[in-house]
Design a protein around this ligand. Structure first.
Ligand code: ADP
Ligand code: MG
Length: 231
């Protein structure tokens, strides 16, 4: 479960995030949908503890900035950042060691297979394409078996096979009771994946829809209505 209360973030005079409240229960996929500049990445970076902010963020029942919370959540940034001198395989084993993961060799193998990184596992971070880096970043996040996972525009730069695989992984995480938060500016990418949608623009959450509420409604139409036609 992820709970955010009254999250605000200013960059100088710019109020990038303005009193955002949101809750995503266990086993639920939440979508932060909004145009470029809406404040999605700022919300996600705040949860990940990369920015100073005002407000309260809880992961399960623990403040997000504590070690206990950090142990159980994973973050896939908008732009992947890899270590130049570690191989694909070493990235994953390094993260797993840092998180004290044991006996997950089989799971790591399955991730490498699914994201077609098996034959690239000895390549160094700086020998990879942007899409491959994104896939390594996703595998690292999944390998620690998080209870809460944040994915910032995860489909951008992925090939169709990886997008399909990621969607499948997200469905499995949900079945396992994991809380998933995905930011996107592209509705198309998250169709049939989400349970709760937060429409964000200019730092504010303008509308929240559950899957049931949005049933028989055109989400695209709703999105344009609440954001005033911007995307
Ligand atoms: P989104 O992810 O929805 O596209 P962001 O959260 O990246 O939006 O940005 C929200 C607003 O905050 C934008 O106006 C952006 O220019 C501004 N912003 C983001 N990061 C910084 C920063 N480090 N310094 C100054 N302004 C920033
Ligand atoms: Mg962003």
């Amino acid at each position: 479960m992820l709970t955010i209360n009254q999250l605000s973030k200013k960059f100088g005079k710019l109020l990038a995030v303005d009193e955002v409240d949101l809750t995503i229960p266990d086993g639920t996929v939440g979508i932060l949908l909004g145009p470029n500049g809406a404040g999605k990445s700022t919300v996600i970076k705040s949860i990940a503890g990369l920015l100073r902010y005002s407000g309260k963020i809880m992961i399960q029942d623990t403040p997000a900035l504590t070690i206990e919370a950090k142990k159980i959540f994973a973050y896939v940034p908008e732009l992947p950042v890899l270590y130049e001198n570690l191989t694909v395989r070493e990235h994953i084993t390094f993260i797993c060691k840092a998180y004290g993961m044991k006996d997950n060799e089989e799971y790591i193998e399955s991730l490498l297979e699914r994201f077609e990184l098996h034959d690239k596992q000895d390549k160094l971070g700086n020998e990879l394409s942007k899409g491959m880096m994104q896939k390594v970043s996703i595998c690292c996040a999944l390998a620690i078996r998080p209870k809460v996972i944040l994915l910032d525009e995860p489909m951008v730069g992925l090939d169709p096979k990886a997008i399909k695989e990621l969607k499948e992984v997200i469905r499995e995480l949900k079945e396992d009771g994991v809380t998933v938060l995905i930011s996107t500016h592209m509705l198309e990418m998250v169709k049939e994946l989400w349970d709760i949608m937060f429409v964000m623009n200019k730092g504010k959450i303008l509308a929240t829809y559950t899957k049931e509420q949005a049933e028989n409604q055109d989400i695209e139409e709703l999105f344009f209505q609440v954001t005033g036609g911007e995307e």
